[in-house]
Design a protein. Sequence first.
Length: 186
Amino acid sequence: MYIIVGLGNPGSKYEGTRHNIGFLTVDELSRRHQIKVNKLKFKASIGEGRIGGEKIILVKPQTYMNLSGQSVREVMDFYKVSHDKLFVIYDDIDLQVGQLRIRKQGSSGTHNGMRNIIYLCGYDDFPRFRIGISGEHRRANLADYVTSNFSKDEIPAVAESIERCADAIETAIREKIDAAMNRFNG
């Protein structure tokens, strides 16, 4: 079993914003595999299904970004999967729009949602899929920037990065994380 968590902020105000790229990627996986992410459990919207014969749980925490760890810890405590079967998808301000970076483990960097997950779960040895959101119109106020929409010019690269991230997650499930890293990092 795999737990696939996409980070974002709930509510229509944040739909489609830079900070919600994790939610958008979970939506893509949901669409591809006909998994309804509509159960409210563990302070999250969740859905259960299969990818490549493996059971998966898709998770969109509803706690707001900076408290994502509350939801992730509840999910992990309930399902008791090994850390390497927890995949977290989130935005990265240090990567350009369209870039994807996959790592097996690591620090939270400057991302408050990841910081909260690592703090509340007590470990950082789980794969993460970071999608770049830094564009040419980056603003000084980081909070305003990450909750802004992508520009019209950025939308094709964003759509492609979401598809590539979903492809990478499918590869990681079917062939292991190293195969996904080798094929999709860059």
